[in-house]
Design a protein around this ligand. Structure first.
Ligand SMILES: Nc1ncnc2c1ncn2[C@@H]1O[C@H](COP(=O)(O)OP(=O)(O)OP(=O)(O)O)[C@@H](O)[C@H]1O
Ligand SMILES: [Mg+2]
Length: 196
C-alpha cells in the first residue's frame, strides 16, 4: 500500500511549480490530478463555459484507491481537489494559500474569463480548499501555508518541513484574508463581482 502526500489550493497558488521543486528532493511519484482526470477519462462532462473538464469524483476516488493499493511508492498528489484521496492512504495534505490580490494578478496572466478568475478568487477568500480537506480528513493531517511573500523555493522548503513532521506552525484555520482586505474591496469582490 502506498502513502500519499498532497498539495491542494486554489488554481494559481503554485501547486505545480512548488510540487515539481519538491519532487526533485523527495523520492516520490508525482500525480497531477487534472492531467490524470484527462488522461484516464475520469470526467463526467466538459464545461464549455469554464473551458474545463468536470471530474467524476467517484471514479477518481476509485482510481486512486486502486492505484495506491497496488504500489508501495509514495505519491505526491497535486490538485485543487486533492482532498479526494481516500483518507486511509493520505499521510498529509498541505493547502497553499495566496493573497487574493496576488492571486488575481497571476490568474489574469492566464487569459481566463473574468467569471472564472472571480470564482477562484472568491473561493480563495472563503478558504474552500481547506474547508473541503477538513470535511474529509482529520485536522491533524491538514496544514496551511501562506505563500504570498515567499519564493517557490521557500514554499517548497516549508512543505518539505511539514511532510517530514517537523513543523507545527502551519495548523489550519490561522489564515484569513478578511482582515487584509478593506471592507469596500471585499464588498466589490464578493457582492459586485469586481476583481481587486
Ligand atoms: N511563490 C511564488 N512566487 C511567485 N510566483 C509563483 C509562486 N508560486 C507560483 N508562482 C507562479 O504562479 C503561476 C501559477 O503557479 P502554478 O501553475 O504552479 O499554480 P497551480 O496551483 O498549479 O495552478 P493550477 O491549479 O491551475 O494547476 C506560475 O506562473 C508560477 O510560476
Ligand atoms: Mg497546477
Amino acid at each position: 500500500m502506498s502513502q500519499a502526500l498532497a498539495i491542494s489550493g486554489t488554481p494559481g497558488v503554485g501547486k505545480t511549480s512548488t510540487g515539481i521543486l519538491l519532487a526533485k528532493r523527495l523520492d516520490v511519484d508525482v500525480l497531477e490530478l487534472s492531467r490524470l482526470v484527462e488522461r484516464e477519462k475520469l470526467y463526467s462532462r466538459r464545461d464549455e463555459v469554464r473551458a474545463t473538464l468536470v471530474a467524476d469524483m467517484e471514479a477518481l476516488e476509485r482510481y486512486l484507491a486502486e492505484l495506491f493499493s497496488q504500489t508501495k511508492r509514495t505519491h505526491l498528489v497535486l490538485g485543487h481537489f486533492a482532498d479526494i484521496i481516500p483518507d486511509k492512504f493520505l499521510k498529509c495534505l498541505v493547502v497553499l494559500r495566496c493573497h487574493p490580490k496576488i492571486l488575481t494578478e497571476r490568474l489574469k496572466e492566464r487569459q481566463w474569463t473574468h467569471a472564472k478568475i472571480l470564482e477562484n478568487v472568491q473561493a480563495e477568500i472563503l478558504g474552500e480548499c481547506t474547508s473541503q480537506a477538513l470535511l474529509r480528513h482529520p485536522s491533524e493531517k491538514i496544514f496551511e501555508i501562506n505563500v504570498s511573500q515567499h519564493t517557490e523555493e521557500e514554499v517548497a522548503d516549508f512543505i518539505e518541513k511539514v511532510f517530514s513532521g517537523q513543523s507545527t506552525e502551519f495548523v489550519p484555520g490561522r489564515i484569513s484574508w478578511l482582515q487584509t482586505l478593506n471592507g469596500q474591496v471585499l464588498h466589490r469582490i464578493m457582492e459586485e463581482g469586481r476583481l481587486p
